[in-house]
Design a protein around this ligand. Sequence first.
Ligand code: AMP
Ligand code: ZN
Length: 136
Amino acid sequence: MPDCIFCKIIKGEIPAAKLYEDERCIAILDINPIALGHTLFISRSHYATLADIPEKELGLLTEKLPRVCRAIVKGTGSEGFNIIENNGRCSGQIIPHLHFHIIPRRANDEVRFNWSPRVYQKDEMSRVAQAITDCL
Ligand code: AMP
Ligand code: ZN
């Protein structure tokens, strides 16, 4: 995609701190990290979101994800990590090219996610579950 930043990074037209690459993926440091070592694990093929990639291709793409995560944890001396994958503008996706954020974590670090858990009302949970399973 000509105007896609990640396609440009993949083609070498924009510089990036590359950590890993193979025929399916490229892993680079996020330019504005929310923790040091915040990494983007990017599909080499351009798909806008996770919903767009064929299932088998996603399997191949993510094959090396655990290896990259282990290296990030070890290399940054962290204790764990979050994986975040935004899909669509409403979810916070800025670059519509499939990628996973890997965020190294430590106990009591300064990374915060703004979750506000709610409670299902009566019958709401089963209705929602049914509506989704009807679409599978
Ligand atoms: P998302 O909101 O999931 O689309 O995330 C896009 C991420 O790409 C953001 O965290 C940006 O900081 C990051 N980003 C944007 N441009 C670059 C770049 N040239 N190199 C590395 N990371 C980038
Ligand atoms: Zn792209």
